[in-house]
Design a protein around this ligand. Structure first.
Ligand SMILES: C[S@@+](CC[C@H](N)C(=O)[O-])C[C@H]1O[C@@H](n2cnc3c(N)ncnc32)[C@H](O)[C@@H]1O
Length: 219
């Protein structure tokens, strides 16, 4: 028990952004089915959102084993009967663990037959990862979501290739100095990638701290 608790990680930004994100999710997510979260990170969002978004189910995921241990520890600390154990999903992978061709994660398959994935949520990933992760995310959303399914994305963006705030520009520089393949993405480029994958832009919402929520619908 203690070891699991020790695995909990803390990302202070989640405390600040979780309530505005929750408010929006409760409006834009389909009312039923399963939400697949890609890049859950610490798991703090998952344990906060899942109980408040019932009757939807919530499957968290992250390719980083330390993150998955943190998600599991948070889930044990703050359990919710609609929150499932974290899956190992790299958005860049051509097959995700929720798909029938993946290594059998059988409990999910029977569960997903009863509660199909109706939405994918992705918070603060595409700028802290190479562009291939964004391409992979859109390709996965196209494969997995049913018509009318929702892809929700949150993070900072450039608009028409311009930064929207000095703080975002400074963040972009710091990201690129850590990894030249990272960086704040241009909204119109990401929307175009989505369109190429049959994901129609529904709405863009201004969020606190110069972030955006961007909502797509699977055609
Ligand atoms: C800044 S954290 C954000 C975590 C969480 N969503 C949040 O807002 O606190 C970025 C996360 O993206 C994950 N990540 C990076 N590349 C990824 C990829 N290709 N597929 C899925 N997750 C990825 C990392 O492991 C990390 O947990």
């Amino acid at each position: 028990m203690d070891n699991l608790f020790d695995a909990r990680q803390f990302a202070p930004a989640t405390q600040r952004n979780r309530q505005p994100i929750l408010q929006l999710l409760s409006q834009v997510l389909p009312p039923t089915g399963t939400v697949l979260e890609i890049s859950s990170g610490t798991g703090e969002h998952a344990v906060y959102f899942a109980p408040q978004l019932k009757p939807r189910k919530w499957i968290p995921s992250d390719p980083n084993p330390t993150a998955r241990a943190s998600i599991a520890a948070w889930s044990q600390y703050a359990p919710s009967d609609n929150l499932y154990p974290p899956l190992d999903i790299d958005a860049q992978s051509p097959v995700w663990a929720t798909e029938p061709l993946a290594t059998p994660q059988w409990e999910y398959f029977s569960h997903l037959q009863d509660f199909p994935i109706t939405a994918i949520v992705n918070i603060n990933m595409i700028h802290i990862s190479p562009m291939e992760s964004c391409f992979g995310l859109m390709a996965g959303a196209e494969r997995i979501l049913p018509p009318g399914g929702i892809l929700y994305m949150y993070g900072p963006y450039k608009y028409n290739h311009q930064h929207t705030a000095p703080s975002n520009e400074a963040f972009d520089l710091s990201l690129r100095s850590q990894n030249p393949d990272w960086g704040v993405r241009n909204l119109q480029d990401v929307v175009q990638i989505a369109q190429n994958h049959n994901l129609e832009l529904m709405q863009v919402y201004d969020m606190p701290a110069n972030n955006l929520s961007v909502v797509y619908r699977r055609l």
